[in-house]
Design a protein around this ligand. Sequence first.
Ligand code: NDP
Length: 331
Amino acid sequence: MRWALIGASRIASSYMIDAIRSQNADIQSVLSSDAARGEAYAREHGIADSFTDLDALLADDSVDAVYISTTNEKHHAQALAAIAAGKHVLCEKPLAMTLDEAGEMVRTAAGKGVVFATNHHLRNAGSHLAIRELIASGRIGKVLSARVFHAVNLPDALRGWRINDAAAGGGVIPDITVHDADTIRFHLGEDPQEVVAKAAASGLGEGVEDSVMSVWSMPSGAMVQSHESFTHKFAGTGIEFHGTDGSIFARNVMTQEPVGAVRLVDADGEHEISYDKHNLYHRALGLFADAVNGKGRPSADGVDGVKSLAVALAVREAAQSGKAVAVNYGG
Ligand code: NDP
């Protein structure tokens, strides 16, 4: 398979170029809005071509798939152009700025018969696969509640558009709450119904929130408490599930690396849960390639991306209005 990168981004250089190549795929080209940056990026990463014109990049018939990792406001138009050119699309989260845009991307891809996936990496972690298996196999009984701790210290290198540019999709809600929404959906197999929330700027956010706490109700009656922030230097991350027959405590697992500890506590005592420590992004790319070859589905597909965005938008609306907001998943 041959790929093009839409966006000369950090996530591509830190994780995704390696992940694409881990599947014996080639990267043919990269799109940057700045010709010199694009050329330098291509040279540094051994990519043959760089473009500033999306149509020129998409005109290359040897390219089968594109990975979109520009700032969030650009995903929608770039995805539609790629789909129209018949390319399979792996798009970064949040898929778009609005639910309508995200829905249009997914529907258009289905109509064109191309694979469309969302890069929600956490579903691919061995830790999360193990947690999901514990819940699905009934080890904690009926789930009563979940708590997500995803308050991090945003690295200096990422303190650009994320903290000061609402028009580019900045703010911790589109950046991190979307991942937590996807992770909860992945584990519980149901979609959050209603949310309440408070958001704040606690040191980094300029015109966008850098911290948010929210509570979500689930159709099963389970309650979810979620905390995301860019300003917490020492908090560490984690996720917990509490059921009628047991509790799962996972620490340091809301991360891009295959790390962290998972512990089950039940009537028999405490159990350390072992899990496979594979690369999260390699697994995502492998499943994407399988889907392109007609085998299975991507780890997170387009509908998953629409739903995680829907939850994030509801959390933001709830924080802004001070009211409970029913999550609108669109038509
Ligand atoms: P970056 O800020 O690194 O890249 C976004 C855009 O900014 C690029 O497309 C590029 O524009 C421009 N840019 C990047 N570096 C520079 C630079 N040094 N000087 C000038 N311009 C620059 O964003 P991220 O990689 O952090 O995020 C990109 C997308 O990926 C977002 O949608 C984000 O939500 C998502 N993401 C997902 C993660 C995941 O694990 N799923 C993790 C991190 C991010 P151009 O292309 O025009 O050159």
